[in-house]
Design a protein around this ligand. Structure first.
Ligand code: GUN
Ligand code: ZN
Length: 432
């Protein structure tokens, strides 16, 4: 395959920014180039105009070229749930989500929605996500099948749920185990697919099912595990009733040995001191979902508390509890959550979090999250002048950090000029 060279303003983090003036935390080339071959980045640096004769040059001058954005918590069967009116999490789940997810028993529906899902990922500049599928194995086939067509690096799994949900959405401890195992064999490691063991949350799994999730985790220790914890106060009371004699909600996952460096725990809002310590000790990842937490009214994530305890963190959309596919919109809401808490989230840290930070949170930073030679060529091109009002505002923006902050505050999919997946321009190829 011929080489491709992207020319533009290249920005990539190398470490977690310690403050707005931490210029050591990133590399930036104002007139830079990213050379791509066979889906990989082969070189990055200042544009020098000495490329091979057969290299295709794509001119993104003036625009920012970053690693593709990463979303470590999203529900692909909830595309038609976004914006559902409910008082709280459990009402939202029972009234809308558990009804909608039943439609994924039908393969044609699952395939149609999966196709639309990846279109939205690409439209919003997200190149990798960790997704919950529905309880139906065919939803996982649709998910990874459509991801493979686009060569996208995706993490996903069938939710295991055997109680407190409609009959049509329940598996059993044995079938949840068998189906998950078959799906692991079918998909994990095929192309860019990574299977995640996915007990939905403690409320929808019996102790017997948790034991089966534990058995899977023991058999497949390299896999991701994804679940929810401490999102809503009523949810916490209910979970503790279902698993008595354990110290707290996180203690349920601890009891079944489901915590560890590849465990992604959605929400982590209402946490006891012990839970925070267990998160840190096990190197499990707290995944912050600001648009969802605001929309459902679940609570305000305590970023600084977890950070001070050394807890690993990611930040995600949680569509369809979350209200936007955009990681820019997500970090904008995250910023506001922390403002309300009296905490600061500077724009360097925001952009670190949606790229290298989330890659690290997902233990995928050997492949993605940075614009570096040897990494997969998953990239996003952003334009801080994407709309008339942003262009006007940009006239008064004098620094890279302020440009990033404007992108976060006012940007959405319109600011995504192009999304490259394994070196291929994908957004411009979308229909409509
Ligand atoms: N807890 C268990 N399932 C879900 C879900 O689908 N969305 C959210 N936000 N929380 C959950
Ligand atoms: Zn979720």
């Amino acid at each position: 395959m011929a080489r491709r060279l992207l020319r533009g303003r290249v920005l990539s983090f190398v470490s977690e920014p310690q403050g707005l003036d931490d210029t050591d935390s990133y590399r930036y080339w104002d007139d830079g180039e990213v050379e791509i071959e066979d889906g990989k980045i082969v070189s990055v640096g200042p544009f020098d105009g000495t490329q091979h004769a057969d290299t295709e040059i794509i001119d993104h001058r003036g625009k920012l070229i970053l690693p593709g954005l990463i979303d470590p918590h999203i529900h692909f069967p909830q595309m038609q749930v976004i914006g559902s009116y409910a008082a709280n999490l459990l009402e939202w789940l029972n009234t809308y989500t558990f009804v909608e997810e039943q439609r994924f028993a039908e393969e044609a529906h699952a395939t149609r929605i999966a196709s639309r899902f990846f279109d939205e990922m690409i439209r919003h500049g997200t190149t990798t996500a960790a997704a919950y599928c529905s309880v139906h194995p065919q939803s996982v086939d649709a998910f990874f099948g459509e991801a493979a067509k686009r060569d996208m690096l995706m993490v996903g799994g069938k939710v295991m749920m055997d109680r407190n949900a409609p009959e049509a959405l329940r598996d059993t401890p044995q079938s949840g185990y068998d189906d998950s195992k078959a799906l692991i064999g079918k998909w994990h490691g095929k192309g860019r697919a990574h299977y995640a063991i996915t007990p939905r949350f403690a409320i929808t799994s019996t102790p017997e099912q948790m034991e089966m999730a534990e058995a899977l985790a023991r058999e497949f220790p390299d896999l991701h595990i994804q679940t929810h914890v401490d999102e809503n106060l009523d949810e916490i009371v209910f979970a503790k009733e279902l698993f008595p004699n354990l110290p707290d909600y996180l203690g349920i996952y601890e009891r079944y040995h489901l915590l560890g460096p590849k465990t992604l725990l959605g929400h982590c809002i209402h946490m006891t001191h012990r839970e925070v310590e267990i998160l840190a000790e096990t190197r499990s990842v707290a995944v912050w979902c600001p648009t969802s937490n605001l929309f459902i009214g679940s609570g305000l994530f305590d970023h600084d508390r977890l950070h001070a305890h050394g807890v690993r963190m990611g930040v995600a959309t949680d569509v369809g509890g979350g209200s936007s596919y955009s990681m820019l919109r997500t970090l904008d809401e995250g910023y506001k959550v922390l403002q309300l808490r009296g905490q600061r989230l500077n724009p360097l840290r925001s952009f670190y979090m949606m790229t290298l930070g989330n890659a690290r949170a997902m233990s995928l930073d050997d492949r993605i999250g940075a614009v570096e030679a040897g990494k997969d060529a998953d990239l996003v091109v952003l334009d801080a002048r994407a709309t008339p009002q942003m262009a006007l505002r940009m006239e008064a923006v004098g620094s890279l950090a302020n440009e990033l902050f404007l992108l976060q505050t006012c940007g959405d999919d319109r600011a995504v000029v192009e999304t490259y997946v394994a070196g291929k321009p994908m957004k411009s190829a979308l229909a409509g």
